[in-house]
Design a protein. Structure first.
Length: 219
């Protein structure tokens, strides 16, 4: 097998694994099922990943890099932070299976930690993907000098809403909710995220940005 064929096989395995993990979770997905749907033998999975939980974390790491690269590209062509938030949401909606996999990863206990080189790689990039790209756009757009603490506060607030709505809208159950609440369609969610981000930017532009006012002052 050539190097290119090995890479293709590894990518195919991760793509199938991501799909199955997003539907059935870690416990509900077997290596045998992944191998069968990937059209490879179990030995091939062991060769590329070593074990099931390393394969699980490899799919998560792959999607995190996909999101980080997507936001990086968007940030280079977008000067308005609110528009970037909407575009990032639209980008996430292109792969709802990846969003569901991430959600289940955060909520599932009992998945062993990644091992070996994969662990080292994931530890070095731990944290929400794309945050540094949002921070750069915020710093370019904001009209006054603000601390890095304030910028990261803004990024976290934006990501909290972005991740919340992406995960909600990627849930199969959410489709049932929309039948009773049609206002929760994609365009409405985008408007919510747009105005939420605008409000955060306005606050950071205020005379007392985060970090200059104590919590007791706000009481």
């Amino acid at each position: 097998m050539t190097h290119a064929e090995k890479v293709e096989t590894k990518e195919r395995i991760m793509e199938v694994a991501s799909e199955l993990f997003s539907i059935y979770g870690y416990v509900g997905t077997s290596v045998r099922e992944i191998a069968a749907k990937s059209n490879v033998n179990i030995a091939s999975i062991n060769y590329h990943f070593g074990n099931k939980h390393n394969l699980y974390w490899a799919t998560v790491d792959r999607k995190q890099k996909w999101l980080d690269e997507g936001i990086r590209q968007l940030s280079e062509t977008t000067e308005d932070v609110a528009e970037l938030t909407v575009k990032a949401y639209q980008f996430l909606m292109q792969d709802q299976a990846a969003v569901r996999t991430t959600l289940k990863m955060l909520l599932t206990d009992g998945v062993p930690d990644p091992e070996g080189a994969l662990r080292e790689e994931m530890m070095s990039t731990m944290g929400p993907p794309g945050t540094q790209h949002f921070a750069k756009v915020i710093s370019r757009q904001i009209s006054k000098d603000v601390s890095s603490e304030t910028v990261m506060w803004g990024v976290k607030c934006i990501f909290s809403a972005l991740v919340h709505w992406a995960m909600m809208c990627s849930s199969c159950k959410f489709e049932l909710m929309k039948q009773k609440m049609p206002e929760l369609n994609g365009e409405s969610v985008e408007k919510i995220l747009y105005h939420h981000t605008r409000a955060i930017m306005t606050y950071m532009e205020s005379e007392k940005p985060f970090g200059t006012t104590s919590y007791t002052d706000l009481a």
